[in-house]
Each structure stands twice: as C-alpha cells, then as structure tokens.
Design a protein around this ligand. Structure first.
Ligand SMILES: [Zn+2]
Length: 297
C-alpha cells in the first residue's frame, strides 16, 4: 500500500478484515497461550479455573465490572488478575468518550480473546465432566434404593441393597428368613416342604394336613386326602404338595377344589401346588387352570 493511500472500509467489510486478521494469527496465538499454561503453579491453576468457571458457565467472555469479577476470586485478587493478564488469558479493552467541556469518560473492560476461548471451553468440559466411576456409584446407590418385593414375614419392603433370599417365589429379608427357618431346610419328603411353607408364612392361616375328602362317595378319588388345606380369614386354599409339578398334581387339585366347594359352598376356594421344582410348560398349564404354583427353588 502506498503511503497516503486509504481504503474506505465500512460495516461488513471491517468485520471481514478483523476476522481475516484474527483467523490468520489465531492458531499461533492459541498455541502461545497453551505453552504459557504448561507450567503453572497450583495457585495459578485456581485462578485459571476461576476464569473458566466465570466465562464458560455464563457463556460470556467479556468482563465489564472488575469488582464483581474479582469478588469471589480465590487467594489473592491482584495476583490473580496479574496472572490472567500476563498469560494473555485476559486482555484489557475499553474506550473513552468525551462529554461536554471535554470531560473524559473511561469505559474499561477486559475480555477473553478469540483464540483463548477454545482453551477455556476445553478446561470447562474437563471440569464439568463427572468421572465415570462416580456415575457408576450413583447408579448403584439409586439401584439399591429400589424396592425388590415385600417380605412375607415382616411385611416390610425388601430393597435391592439388602441381603435377601428367594423361596417359593417370594423374597425375604435374609435375616427374616434365617430367624424363621433357622437350620430347618425341607428334605426329600413332601411334608417337610409343607412345613417350610408354613414357617415362612407364605400364606398365613389355619393349616390342616391330610384332610379327607370324597370318602366313599367318589368313584375314583375314593379315600384320598387333600395334602393341605389352609383356612384364612376369607378363603380356603386347597393345596397339593409334590416334589416336581406334574399333571397328576394339577388333576388332583382341580378335582379336590370341586369337592371342597361342594362341601363348603360359602367359602371362596383357591387352588395351589407346593413343589421343589416345576417345568416351564406345566407352569403355563397351571396358570391357565388358575392354580397358583409355589415353587421352592
Ligand atoms: Zn422381613
């Protein structure tokens, strides 16, 4: 450009020139600031993080009032400002206006230059990221607060964070289970399985074992007995106990249910089978026949 030659630049054109200049040196300047931040003291790191928090959480990279900016500055305010200006994280700006009688008004501010913003935003991202293991711990705490089931013994909720035991499809507090069952565990015989069922209060009521039904009156049930009838306040449970859920048990309990209803027309009757194990397909059959299966395992 020849001396004395002038370009008339206005509005958009001025912005374009500024953008061009800034972008031309941006990378160099950004690297320069990064280099200056490579070896900083712990105190200086605090000033840096303070600036990061101030600017990035507001998304404002201009500081108009020093007082409010330095208000919560950690350590030493002056030291902090010196560090921020020395490293080029902040630059002084502002302008002066003249009022009547040439009275000058100074409008001081400072700003984070364009090339420093990515550095601050990077640090902000690091600072606001929750470490993964903390997230996992929080997730686990939330999980543990969830309710797993209601314990049949104490009628209180069993939370995921608690020790528990699952028997007969019901979830117990491990301690409630131990208190009730003690060292008792059902053995191979069906009666001990029924005994365990009673101890654990899976259904509370009056337990009647080997209840005779259909004696002499029924052609094929003959003198058979219902393994267990539990009389609760408002219903009678007709229950068969078998090691493994089978068709015979389903058939028996269906027939006994009919006979029991005939003899106890004013009671609501429900069907149940207590067993150690149950094959999936028969569980479906039982469900269709409205038979509740209480499987030990
Ligand atoms: Zn309990």
């Amino acid at each position: 450009m020849k001396r004395g030659q002038q370009h008339e630049l206005k509005g958009e054109k001025i912005d374009a020139v500024i953008n061009y200049t800034e972008n031309k040196y941006k990378n160099d300047l950004e690297n320069l600031v990064r280099k200056r931040l490579e070896k900083i003291t712990e105190d200086e790191r605090e000033y840096l993080e303070y600036l990061v928090d101030w600017c990035c959480s507001r998304d404002e990279f201009m500081i108009e009032y020093f007082e409010s900016f330095t208000d919560r500055m950690p350590k030493d305010k002056i030291e902090g400002l010196r560090f921020l200006f020395r490293t080029g994280l902040l630059m002084l700006g502002g302008y002066t206006t003249f009022g009547s009688r040439d009275k000058a008004y100074h409008h001081d501010d400072c700003f984070v230059p364009l090339w420093v913003k990515p550095i601050l935003q990077e640090i902000f991202k690091e600072l606001s990221e929750v470490p993964e293991d903390v997230e996992k711990v929080q997730e686990r705490i939330e999980e543990e607060k969830k309710v797993r089931d209601v314990c049949p013994i104490c009628n209180r909720e069993v939370f995921y964070g608690e020790k528990w035991t699952k028997v007969f499809g019901r979830v117990f507090h491990a301690s409630c289970f131990e208190n009730k069952a003690g060292l008792f565990r059902p053995t191979d015989d069906e009666r001990s399985l029924g005994e365990m069922f009673k101890r654990l209060k899976i259904i509370s009521g009056d337990y009647r074992w080997e209840v005779p039904v259909g004696e002499g009156t029924h052609p094929y049930l003959g003198k058979r007995r219902i393994d267990l009838v539990i009389r609760t306040e408002d219903e009678d449970w007709v229950i068969e106990i078998e090691r493994t859920l089978n068709y015979e048990a389903i058939g028996q309990v269906t027939a006994y249910d009919e006979l029991w209803k005939e003899r106890n027309p004013y009671r609501k009757v429900r069907k149940g089978i207590i067993c150690f194990t149950a094959p999936e397909d028969l569980l479906d059959v039982a469900k269709k026949k409205n038979i509740e299966v209480f499987c030990y395992t």
